[in-house]
Each structure stands twice: as C-alpha cells, then as structure tokens.
Design a protein around this ligand. Structure first.
Ligand code: ZN
Length: 459
C-alpha cells in the first residue's frame, strides 16, 4: 500500500490524502486551502497526483477545507465516485455552490478592475463545475456500515461528531498476509457539545491518520461558555444595546440557535428575545439540519420526535433579502443579530458592525476561530478603531471572545480518541500547525509521522 499526503500537511486546511491499495486509488477529502498566504495560487496549483487516475473520493464532511477543491478535481479529469453521508452531500452542495458563486463574483470584480485590458484571472471553478461534481456523488455512507470499493477493499464510516454528517473512515484491504486497516479520523468533534452524539471509534486499526488542530490545548468547559454567552446577552440588553454575533454558517450558527432556544426555555433569556439570523447561507444550512433528524444526540433527536424544532423559537427571524437586512440597521438596541462571515472578512456582519461597533451599550460576541489579519482578529486584539467600507469606526462596544464552542476535539479528547484504538503500528498527524503537532506527538504512543506536503509512505 502507498499512503501520500497532498494537503493539511503541517497546516490546518486543504485536507487531501491518497491511499493506493488493492489496485485502487482512493482519495480521502479534497479540501481548499484557507489559511496562510498565497491561498489563491496554492488552490489553483497541481494536486500532486493525476485526478483522472483517482477511482473514489471518500468525503469526511462538508467544511470547505475538506471538500472545496472537489469541483477542481472534476474539472481536471476525475470521473470516479464520491461517497459521503446524506447530510454531508446536502451540506457540501450548499457550500460548493456558495464557493463557486463567490469565486465567479471575485473574478468579475478583478476583470472590471483590469478594464478588460490584460487577462484577469478566471475563477478557480464555476457553478457548472459544481453541478458536474454533484453528479459524481454516488453511494451514500451510513454510520456503522461498510461500502465495498472493489473486491477485497471496503470503507466503513464512523460518527466523528464534528459537524452534522461528519465521519471517520476506516479502509480495509485484504492482502496476502491478512487484513490491513487504515483509519482516517476526519475532523474530530468536541464531545461536550449538545447537538451531536459523542464520536464512535473503531476498535482496531493498523495505521491511523489523525487531525491535530487543538493538539496543544484544553477547551473551556462547554457549560461555562454557554453561561458566558447568556451573561453577555443579558448585560447588553440591560445597557440597551444590540448583541452582534459574527457567525459561521455551518454548524456554529445552528449550535448558537440551539443554545439561545435553551436559554429562553430555561428563562435565562427573555421569552420574546428578538434574534435575527441574517445570513442566507446559514438559513439554508439550518433547513438542511432539520432534514436529518436521525443524526443528532439523543436529547436533540427526542425534540425532533416530539415535533419540536431545536433551531426555532418565538423571537427568531430569518433574513434572506438584503432590504430586510438593511432594515435591521434601524434597531438601536435589544436585539441579537447573527450574521456572516464568522471572521468579519466580508458579508452582512460588516454592516451591522458599522452600526453597532461605536455604541458603548452594544456588544460583539465572537464564538469561533479568528485567523490572523482578519477584522475579527483586530477587534479581539483590542483595536480602538477599525476600517469599515473605507471609513474609520471607533470600537466602543464590549467585546467578548468565547472559546468553548469549538467544533474540534481538544488535546485530551484527541489523546483519548487515539487511546481507544488497538493494534496501531503507526500514527500520522495531519491538519494542525507544526508546533501544535509536535506538542501532541509527545503525548501519543508508538511510532509517529508528521508528513510533509506530497510526502509518500510505503505502508
Ligand atoms: Zn471541519
């Protein structure tokens, strides 16, 4: 067997791993590079393998750093089958259509700036490439079941508890000497969160490829983070301001809705608290979340069974139209406004920041990761003034950074997850910064590798 690494090698995005076994070439994920410099060139670069030669793609989940380059793979000749869970398929469709739309818009903007004179760069892929990609989705993965990829070669799927429909994948290969098993963790969830069931872990594997995003730290307990959110909202309402929550559309938005609903039910928040979800992408994602009631924790599954909406409550308004989004700007206090993008690099949240950042009675609550150089990072780091739409805006609102909502396992959970798998010959760490990986590596048992980009291992 041959195992090679073509993304998320000593970095956190662009997951893409290739296993050559049983005469087949199986790609696990084909993600977009979203962090660091020169991401546009890196995403447009060659894959490090021949797309035409890939037989199967196993997609672990719908985050763009795992599925975002699939349309490029298809555009460059991949004609095999993509296998994913139903929920991943639905969510990936939404994320890829949105990504293509944004890339086409960016390309048009570049073209206008170039005045048609010199060649402006074409988009990485278009909506048409996404439709071609959706045609390649074949059999549906189910938790706890295996799919035969070829005689003597099969893939089993386990709940990774990271986002709705996310999987860890176990590939089993019948060889002359016996069965060989390679486990890909995918992204692993933070077990304390309320929506999803805890991860399920295969009992045995010969080789393990595992993520290491938060391999160097412990998360704050989930309950403490929820408490912090309720207190931030209650305090802001008392001061008469708005609460702005920059929100990632996929999973985080739904999780915050669930937590707000719970706060209202437990009388921690006012019963008619006005909450605006001002993000068409997050609204569409929420609708997909409602379509997969089987995939949740027991408590959330029970809500669905009782015909109660885990993501709905009296004061919640979904805002799709931009005219309605603009109308929210007239509200000077008493509302919770959730809008994208999560890192404030674009989207409607920038308008809400323009109208609230300068108000001392308002608050901005960050519930997710904020990369270096982003507007979110500037505000979190204590900037007194930021630039919005070419104008300086003073930061007078209270800023809260709540870290416990992470969708990733922390160090302790990663160690425990790995500890549950018996018979491991070697562990390969991926999807983490190099310094973080090194810290985790010291805490894990047995031989270990930290593959470099395009590094190949005969296993
Ligand atoms: Zn992920």
């Amino acid at each position: 067997m041959k195992l090679s690494f073509h993304g998320a090698a000593r970095s956190v995005t662009g997951s893409c791993h290739l296993l050559e076994a049983g005469g087949r070439r199986i790609l696990v994920d084909c993600g977009m590079i979203q962090s660091g410099r020169d991401t546009e060139e890196l995403n447009a670069a060659a894959f490090g393998f021949e797309p035409r030669a890939i037989d199967t793609v196993l997609l672990t989940h719908a985050h763009l750093d795992h599925c975002g380059r699939l349309p490029l793979l298809v555009k460059r000749g991949f004609r095999g089958e993509i296998i994913a869970t139903d929920a991943t398929r639905d969510l990936a469709r939404l994320m890829l259509l949105d990504a293509a739309h944004l890339q086409e818009e960016d390309a048009r903007r570049r073209q206008r700036r170039a005045h048609g004179g010199r060649d402006a760069e074409a988009p990485l892929y278009t909506l048409l490439d996404v439709f071609d990609t959706l045609d390649r989705f074949g059999r549906r993965a189910e938790y706890g079941q295996a799919i035969e990829l070829a005689p003597g070669l099969r893939a089993g799927f386990f709940d990774a508890s990271h986002i709705l429909g996310s999987t860890s994948v176990l590939i089993e290969v019948k060889e002359v000497g016996g069965l060989r098993r390679v486990l890909f963790s995918g992204d692993l969830g933070n077990a304390g969160r309320p929506l999803l069931a805890p991860p399920s872990v295969p009992a045995e594997a010969d080789l393990v490829v595992m993520e290491s995003t938060y391999g160097d730290r412990r998360h704050r307990p989930y309950a403490a983070s929820v408490e912090e959110l309720y207190e931030a909202i209650a305090g802001t309402l008392q001061r008469g301001g708005n609460v702005i929550i920059p929100t990632f559309a996929l999973e985080r938005a739904q999780e915050i809705l669930f937590v707000l609903r719970q706060g209202i039910e437990q009388s921690r928040l006012p019963p008619s608290l006005p909450v605006f979800l001002d993000s068409p992408l997050a609204i569409s994602a929420t609708e997909i979340f409602r379509r997969h009631p089987r995939l949740y924790s027991a408590a959330v599954a029970q809500l669905f069974a009782d015909h109660r909406d885990p993501f709905g409550f009296a004061g919640l308004r979904f805002i799709r139209e931009s005219a309605d989004s603009i109308a929210i700007n007239r509200i000077t206090g008493g509302a919770v406004i959730m809008a994208g993008s999560g890192m404030c690099t674009g989207g409607r949240v920038r308008h809400h920041l323009r109208h609230n950042l300068w108000r001392p009675e308002a608050s901005i609550v960050f519930v997710g990761f904020a990369g270096h150089g982003t507007l979110a990072r500037q505000i979190i780091d204590g900037a007194h003034e930021v630039d919005l739409f070419g104008e300086p805006v003073a930061v007078r609102a209270r800023v809260h950074t709540i870290n416990g909502f992470s969708a990733h396992a922390d160090q302790q959970e990663l160690i425990e997850w790995r500890g549950r798998i018996a018979g491991v010959e070697k562990t390969f760490l991926v999807h983490g910064e190099e310094a973080v990986m090194s810290i985790l590596a010291e805490k894990l048992p047995g031989p270990l590798e930290m593959p470099r980009q395009d590094q190949v291992f005969i296993v």
